[in-house]
Design a protein around this ligand. Structure first.
Ligand code: ADE
Length: 224
């Protein structure tokens, strides 16, 4: 998989890819992540990429021309399955979308800034608009990093133990059950006996039951 991220703040998209699972996924060649500084595609000497809104109003708008130049250059090099725009008024991201995106070959992610992009960018280039929740970030970069993390860890071969993504919360619309590790007793607080019983069938049953109970308590909407 190849991910191209278009941003005015490429420095915000460095460290998430320089540690742990994402770093290893890149090293293994399972994913390539490239950032593109939108200012490099500015069409004037001031490296301008934003301008005042037509009709007036506070806040700058990202101009269509640099974005068109950047996307066109990328599209001249390869085909893209999706051109994603990170925006608080997009569709709320979830595990289903992460699964879908993990199956794509090449995607572009455009990070919004200021008031956002000229609507014509959204109308003519963007194939999917993603929000990471009902709150407003100062830019789309951290949201893009979060989406990349959720997607990349689902690419086959990225996680050491293939089954561990399958037992994540949300993977089958259930939250994950409680988990424990040694010691079996700490300050008098004990681990549920069933987990140390060695009875794998019963343990599996207990986990399913706990996952269901937890979901019912915390996220009944997932069961609807
Ligand atoms: N940009 C600013 N806020 C955002 C959000 N909640 N989701 C995605 N992109 C954003």
């Amino acid at each position: 998989m190849r991910i191209d991220i278009i941003t005015v703040l490429p420095e915000l998209l460095q460290s998430p890819f320089e540690a742990s699972i994402l770093k290893r996924a890149i090293e293994k060649g399972l994913v390539e992540v490239h950032t593109h500084n939108l200012r490099d595609y500015s069409t004037n000497n001031y490296k301008q990429i934003d301008d005042y809104q037509f009709g007036g109003g506070a806040g700058m708008v990202m101009m269509i021309e640099p974005i068109d130049k950047c996307i066109s250059e990328l599209k001249s090099e390869r085909d893209y399955d999706e051109i994603i725009y990170m925006t608080p008024d997009g569709k709320t991201f979830n595990q289903y979308a992460a699964n879908e995106l993990s199956l794509k070959e090449n995607i572009i992610i455009l990070c919004g800034h200021y008031k956002g992009v000229d609507q014509r960018v959204r109308d003519h280039f963007i194939t999917r608009e993603i929000s990471i929740g009902d709150f407003v970030l100062s830019g789309g970069e951290l949201a893009a990093a979060l989406v990349c993390d959720a997607v990349i860890r689902l690419i086959p071969g990225v996680l050491g133990n293939e089954t561990s993504a399958l037992t994540d919360s949300f993977q089958d619309n259930l939250l994950a059950p409680p988990i424990y590790t040694r010691p079996a007793e700490y300050k008098g607080w004990t681990v549920p006996e069933i987990l140390t019983s060695g009875n794998t069938g019963k343990i599996e049953e207990w986990r399913e039951d706990q996952a269901y109970k937890r979901t019912q308590e915390r996220r009944p909407d997932l069961l609807e």
